[in-house]
Design a protein around this ligand. Structure first.
Ligand code: DP6
Length: 340
C-alpha cells in the first residue's frame, strides 16, 4: 500500500481563472497547457495500519539535505496545505472503502521560495500515488477528475505533453486529455523567476473574485475564439499564431485580475521589464512570446532553435533570481524509488 509518483508543473496557454462550482472545482472555461520538463513534484504515499493520523511532510527542494527518519514525524498539522492534502486522501479512502491513515512525503525539484506554482504538480503526483497505493484501477480520465478536485490546474499535469481541460458541465465531464505528446513540437519554455518579496495571493483565493471584474464577461465571450486559435496553432505548428494568442490571453487574464475587487496585481517591475524586452526582441525578428500565471514570473515561449539566443538576452536583465529551461514533458507517472 505504498506508491510514488512524479508529476510535472504546467504552463497555461489558455488560462483557468474562475469557477462555476468551488467545491467540485468546475472551471468556467476550458483551458490548454504544456507540461514542463524541469519543474516537477515527487510524492510517496503509504497507507498503514496503526497510524492515528495522516502525516504530511513537505521536503525542501531536491538539492536540500536527504530525508532522515525523524523528519517523517515533523509534520505541521496546522498548515493549510497539509489539510488540503488530507482532504484529498479522504476522497480516495471513500472510494476504496478503506479507513487507513497515510504517510505522505513530497518534494519539488524547484525551491518553494521561487513562487513557481506547485499545486498542479503536487496534486497530480498525490493523485497518482494515492490511487496506486490503494490498488485502485483508474483510467487516465478518472485520474484527471480526481486531480482536478485537489487543484484545478493539476488535472492538466496528468496526461502527456500538450493538454486540454474541457470545462464540462459536471464532475464527470470536466476532465483533461492530451492533444499531442511531448515529442510533437520542439518548443521551449524559459521560465524566468524574478526577485520578489511580495506576499502571494493564492490562485484559489484570487479567482473567487474574478466575476467582480467588469471585464470578466467580455473575457468569457472572447475565449472560444482564442481556444480555437491555440488548437489550430498547435495542429499546424504555427508558432506565430500560438505566440500571439497566448500573449493576448495572458494580458486578458491579468486585466481581469487587476480589475477585480479588490484588485490583484501579480506583476512587479521586473515582470514588466521582461515583457517590454520580449516585445523589443520581436521587433528585432526574434520569435519569442511571453505568458504569466498567478505570480510575477515570466514564461518565455520559443522554438528550441532560438533557446540560446533568448537565454543570452534574458541573462542581461536585472532582478532575475533564477532561470529554468523547460521542454514539453510527459504527464504524471509512477516511479519505483520511494522518498522514504
Ligand atoms: C493563473 O489550479 O492553482 O495558474 O483550482 O483553486 O487550486 P485551484 O487553482 P489553480 O489555478 C491556476 C490559475 C492559473 C491559470 C492556469 O494555470 O490555468
Amino acid at each position: 500500500m505504498k506508491a510514488t509518483a512524479t508529476a510535472p508543473a504546467n504552463i497555461a496557454f489558455i488560462k483557468y481563472w474562475g469557477k462555476k462550482d468551488d467545491e467540485l472545482r468546475l472551471p468556467i472555461n476550458s483551458s490548454i497547457s504544456m507540461n514542463l520538463s524541469e519543474a516537477h513534484t515527487t510524492t510517496t504515499v503509504e497507507f498503514k495500519w496503526g497510524l492515528k493520523q495522516d502525516q504530511v511532510i513537505f521536503l525542501g527542494d531536491e538539492n536540500s539535505s536527504k530525508l532522515t527518519r525523524p523528519l517523517l514525524f515533523g509534520r505541521n498539522y496546522e498548515s493549510k496545505e497539509a489539510l488540503r492534502v488530507i482532504k484529498h486522501l479522504d476522497r480516495f479512502r471513500k472510494i476504496a472503502k478503506l479507513n487507513l491513515k497515510a504517510e505522505v512525503v513530497t518534494r519539488n525539484n524547484f525551491p518553494r521560495s521561487t513562487g513557481v506554482a506547485s499545486s498542479a504538480s503536487g496534486f497530480a503526483a498525490l493523485t497518482v500515488a494515492a490511487a496506486s497505493a490503494l490498488g485502485l484501477k483508474l483510467s487516465e480520465k478518472e485520474l484527471t477528475i480526481f486531480a482536478r478536485l485537489g487543484s484545478g490546474s493539476a488535472c492538466r499535469s496528468i496526461p502527456d505533453g500538450f493538454v486540454i481541460w474541457e470545462a464540462g458541465k459536471s464532475s464527470e465531464t470536466s476532465f483533461a486529455q492530451s492533444l499531442y505528446p511531448e515529442s510533437y513540437w520542439d518548443l521551449c519554455d524559459i521560465l524566468v523567476i524574478v526577485k520578489t518579496s511580495a506576499k502571494k495571493v493564492s490562485s484559489t483565493v484570487g479567482m473567487e473574485l474574478a466575476k467582480t471584474s467588469p471585464f470578466f464577461t467580455s473575457r468569457l465571450l472572447s475565449l472560444p475564439l482564442r481556444i480555437e486559435k491555440v488548437r489550430t496553432a498547435l495542429k499546424k505548428k504555427n508558432f506565430r499564431l500560438l505566440g500571439e494568442t497566448i500573449e493576448e490571453e495572458c494580458v486578458n487574464m491579468h486585466a481581469v485580475m487587476m480589475t477585480q475587487t479588490p484588485p490583484l496585481f501579480y506583476w512587479n517591475g521586473a515582470t514588466l521589464e521582461i515583457i517590454k524586452a520580449v516585445r523589443e526582441w520581436r521587433e528585432g525578428m526574434l520569435p519569442v512570446y511571453f505568458t504569466v500565471d498567478a505570480g510575477p514570473n515570466v514564461h518565455l515561449i520559443c522554438e528550441s532553435k532560438y533557446q540560446d539566443v533568448v537565454l543570452n538576452k534574458v541573462k542581461q536583465i536585472k532582478d532575475i533570481e533564477r532561470i529554468i529551461v523547460n521542454k514539453p514533458a510527459s504527464g504524471t507517472h509512477l516511479v519505483y524509488k520511494h522518498l522514504f
